[in-house]
Write a protein that binds this ligand. Structure first.
Ligand SMILES: Cc1ncc(COP(=O)(O)O)c(C=O)c1O
Length: 413
């Protein structure tokens, strides 16, 4: 039975063991932020760290900070904080570049590990960059390499002995629908294929156990539930069993075994470090480093329980308060199949979302018709869910969303 009265929801906030985490974030007054699945909120400590890195480490320390502030090891130090969130060992993760670039690096490496298998399998509704990167790679390599992009329910049938790697996003960026990582990884392995998971909408939202599911590779964004800031560096995971044989497609100097020996021959670093390419993005890595401290002491099972309760409450309230306006749930109704976001479909969803944002309830829109709402359990409250749905009900009942100003299409939706 889902609780839907504001008083009862406020009581849930009072009893919520995660409620104190909200104070770790700088959230503007009058805003209900339901877009942490796209860009996480600003951790207060990250703003302080930024001032320190720029003013002290860079301003005063200058080049000495590579050693004195240990800038050089930031990709590994930040990775060690992400590792427990994804069920990895610290030496299996590195933080560098963007998710798109890390996808390319790992797909190329996976094809090299399976030289007699030319096929990459993915889902036709995967996030565009996941599709573009895989498509671009096979085009670059030319025939017989092939990208096999199939419907979600055809993934099992698409796996055969020509497949080198199955690459999927665990949680669908539009609907929040969740794949069964363990079952799909097992199915791919049974056919002799490797598996690469995109955890962009999973990391920091729910527990992930890459080791238990025996995943080979993974990538994910640093700026969504990990709150590293716009364009934060991404993470890359490779299971230890591949470290000795995996070849980096970009042989950059930071992935060299001894970059400061300045040798003319490329010798890859031992282990995951070979996936570094160029000079680490120190300011961005420092922000992500501090942002991850917001997860200190957090029980990921409690995080998931709250995420499920928030999304269930939202679905129940929207269906109760906004019925008759043509909104259709696009996310799975069953909690285990859903990530930490909920999408409702409506032909005029864009205008409705703009009207909501004007009222301080921030979600986003994904073409052609999805209003998307993310529930970052570290800082979204149950009372926020109630107030957000009240605002949605008001703009629907008054028809406020029909105002022409809400139809203007922004560059970023
Ligand atoms: C599932 C998924 N993968 C990859 C990306 C893109 O990552 P990046 O811009 O860091 O390359 C996104 C961005 O939203 C995403 O949702």
């Amino acid at each position: 039975m889902v609780v839907t009265s504001r008083a009862a929801l406020a009581a849930l906030d009072d009893a919520d063991p995660l409620a104190p985490c909200r104070a770790r974030f700088a959230l503007p007054d009058g805003v209900i932020y339901l877009d942490g699945n796209s860009l996480g909120a600003l951790p207060k400590a990250a703003a302080e760290r930024a001032a320190h890195v720029v003013g002290q480490e860079w301003g005063e320390g200058l080049i000495r900070s590579w050693n004195q502030a240990d800038w050089i090891n930031l990709p590994r130090r930040v990775a060690a904080k992400i590792a427990p969130l994804i069920g990895a060992r610290p030496d299996e993760v590195i933080v560098a570049d963007s998710t798109s670039i890390n996808l390319y690096k790992l797909l190329a490496a996976a094809l090299r590990l399976k030289p007699d298998r030319p096929v990459i399998v993915t889902e036709v509704d995967n996030f565009p960059t996941d599709l573009y990167v895989a498509e671009g790679l096979v085009r670059w390599l030319d025939a017989p390499f092939e990208l096999r992009a199939v419907e979600r329910n055809a993934l099992g049938a698409a796996l055969d002995d020509r497949v080198a790697v199955l690459t999927l996003t665990e949680i669908d960026y539009r609907t929040g629908e969740r794949h069964d990582m363990a079952a799909l990884t097992r199915a791919a392995h049974e056919k002799g294929a490797l598996v690469l998971w995109d955890l962009s909408h999973s990391a920091g939202a729910l527990p992930i156990d890459l080791e238990a599911v025996e995943a080979d590779f993974a990538v994910g964004c640093g700026y969504k539930y990990l709150n590293g800031g716009p364009g934060a560096p991404a993470f890359l995971y490779a299971a230890r069993r591949w470290h000795k044989t995996i070849e980096p497609v970009i042989a950059g100097w930071m992935g060299h075994a001894t970059p400061f020996a300045f040798g003319t021959d490329y010798v890859p670093a031992e282990g995951i470090g070979r996936f570094l390419t160029g000079t680490p993005s120190v300011i961005a890595l420092s922000l992500l480093d501090t942002a991850l401290d917001a997860f200190n002491g957090i029980d990921l099972r409690a995080l998931r329980a709250k995420s499920i309760a928030l999304t269930e409450t939202f679905i129940a309230l929207v269906e109760e308060r906004c019925s008759g306006h043509g909104l259709v749930l696009a996310s799975p109704r069953e909690a285990p199949s859903r990530g930490s976001q909920v999408a409702f479909r409506h032909e005029q969803g864009y205008q409705m979302m703009q009207a909501l944002i004007a009222r301080g309830v921030i979600g986003d829109f994904r073409a052609p018709d999805l209003m998307r709402f993310g529930f970052a359990p570290l800082y979204v409250r149950f009372a926020d869910v109630f107030d957000a749905v009240e605002a949605l009900a008001t703009i629907l009942e008054t028809g406020e969303w029909r105002e022409p100003r809400f139809a203007r299409l922004a560059t970023v939706t």
